[in-house]
Design a protein around this ligand. Structure first.
Ligand code: ADP
Ligand code: MG
Length: 362
C-alpha cells in the first residue's frame, strides 16, 4: 500500500524511483565499493534502500545507525559487529548451504558464538577481521556482500574511527560494497572526507544517488494512485490543494494519504493532524541540536519567518537572542546547512521543506 507510513520494503509499494533503483543496481553490478544515497529527510531513502537491497539479489546486511546511536548513546564495535552479522545471516536464511558456509568461514573468529540469528562475542571483536571473513566468504561464493548503513553520519559520533575501517575495507576487500545513506548530506561528506587529504578515505570514489522531491504532476499522480488503491474517489482540486501545501515530499504525501484515506479524516482534519504530527516530529528531530545551542532554533525561526540573507537572519537572531560574533553565527548557520535543515541557494538561505517551515513558524 502506497499510504503505509512505515518505510517501504516491497517493490510494489514503492512509487516510481525507477531511475534510482537502476543506478543502485548498476553500481552493484559494476562492483563499486561505496555508494552514497543522499537526500533530505522524508524523501524515501530508507524505503529506496530496502527495496534496492532486496531487488539486488545479493546477500546484504542493513544497519539503522541512527537508532543504534540513540539506543546506546554511541556505536560500540561489538554491537555493530553483532548487527552486521545478525542482519547478514537473516538475509541469507533462505539458503541453508550459503549460511552454513558463512558460519564455517566465521568459525575461526575467536570468541564468536552464533545461534540462529543471535550473534554473541565473548571478547571484544575485531571488526576488520569480521569484514575480512565476510569478504572471503563472498569471494568464494562468487558474489558481493552489501553492507548498508542507514543514516551513516551517526557513525562519526562513536569515538571509533569507522572512516578508517571503511577505508581499509574499500582498499582491501573487493567483494564488499558499502552503501551509506544520509539526510545530513554535509555531515556525511565531512565524516567520509573523500576530498579531505587529512582523512583516511581521501581520494576514494563513491557513487552518489541523490533523491529529489517529486514534481507536481508526480505528486498528484502519487496521491491519485494511493487513493485508487483504497477504492476512494478524491476530488482533483483537493489533491492539488494537498500538493500545494506538502510539495513533492513523499513522506508528507504518504501521511496525508494515510490520514485521509486510511483513517478517513476529512480534508481539514487530515491537514490539521498532519501539521500536529509534523510539529512533534520536527521538535524531536531538533532536540539534540537545540541542546547544543538554542540559537539554532532562533536561526531556523528567522528563516521560517522569511529572512533569507546572512545579514537579515543575523539581525533577527541578535534581536531575539542577544549579540553574537560573525564567525560564531556563520558557523551555526553553516552547520544547519550541513545537517540538511537549511539549503543555500546563491546568497539566500531557505527551508527546503514547507511543512517543516510551517512547523517551525508555529
Ligand atoms: P527517509 O528515509 O528519506 O526519511 P522514508 O523511506 O522513511 O524516508 O520515507 C518517508 C515516508 O514516505 C514513509 O512513510 C514511506 O513509507 C514513504 N515513502 C517513501 N518513498 C516512497 C515511495 N517511493 N513510494 C511510496 N511511499 C514512499
Ligand atoms: Mg530514513
Amino acid at each position: 500500500m502506497l499510504f503505509d507510513l512505515q518505510p517501504k520494503s516491497r517493490r510494489e509499494d514503492l512509487y516510481d524511483r525507477e531511475r534510482e533503483l537502476q543506478e543502485f543496481q548498476s553500481a552493484i553490478d559494476l562492483g563499486e565499493r561505496m555508494v552514497l544515497l543522499l537526500g533530505i529527510r522524508r524523501l524515501g531513502k530508507s524505503s529506496l534502500l530496502n527495496v534496492a537491497l532486496t531487488e539486488s539479489g545479493m546477500p546484504y546486511a542493513k544497519i539503522d545507525v541512527r537508532s543504534l546511536y540513540f539506543t546506546h548513546g554511541s556505536i560500540p564495535q561489538e554491537i555493530l559487529a553483532r548487527r552486521i552479522l545478525g542482519s547478514l545471516l537473516s538475509t541469507i536464511s533462505s539458503s541453508k548451504a550459503l549460511r552454513l558456509r558463512l558460519e564455517k568461514v566465521l568459525s575461526s573468529v575467536k570468541g564468536l558464538k552464533i545461534s540462529g540469528f543471535q550473534v554473541e562475542f565473548e571478547s571484544r571483536p575485531d571488526l576488520a577481521e569480521i569484514l575480512e571473513k565476510i569478504n572471503l566468504w563472498a569471494e568464494k561464493e562468487g558474489t558481493r556482500a552489501i553492507l548498508a548503513f542507514d543514516e551513516a553520519q551517526y557513525l562519526r559520533l562513536s569515538g571509533i574511527q569507522y572512516d578508517g575501517l571503511i577505508a581499509y575495507a574499500v582498499d582491501n576487500l573487493p567483494n564488499l560494497t558499502f552503501v551509506l545513506t544520509g539526510s545530513e548530506i554535509g555531515t556525511l561528506h565531512d565524516f567520509l572526507g573523500l576530498e579531505n587529504p587529512k582523512k583516511p578515505l581521501f581520494g576514494r570514489y563513491a557513487g552518489e544517488i541523490v533523491l529529489e522531491r517529486f514534481g507536481r504532476d508526480e505528486s498528484i499522480n502519487f496521491l491519485q494512485k494511493g487513493f485508487g488503491e483504497l477504492g476512494m474517489a478524491v476530488d482533483e482540486l483537493e489533491i492539488e490543494r494537498a500538493v500545494d501545501r506538502l510539495d513533492g515530499i513523499v513522506g508528507w504525501l504518504t501521511m496525508y494519504g494515510y490520514l485521509r484515506g486510511v483513517r478517513k479524516l476529512s480534508e481539514n482534519e487530515a491537514l490539521e493532524e498532519l501539521f500536529n504530527r509534523a510539529q512533534a516530529l520536527v521538535r524531536e528531530e531538533l532536540s539534540t541540536l537545540l541542546a547544543y545551542s538554542r540559537r539554532y532554533g532562533i536561526i531556523l525561526r528567522a528563516v521560517a519567518m522569511g529572512n533569507e540573507t546572512w545579514s537579515t537572519i543575523k539581525e533577527y537572531v541578535e534581536f531575539k537572542g542577544g549579540p553574537i560574533n560573525d564567525a560564531k553565527f556563520s558557523n551555526l548557520l553553516n552547520n544547519l546547512v550541513k545537517y540538511g535543515y537549511l539549503e543555500k541557494k546563491g546568497r539566500k538561505y531557505i527551508l527546503p521543506d514547507p511543512v517543516v517551515q510551517e512547523a517551525i513558524r508555529g
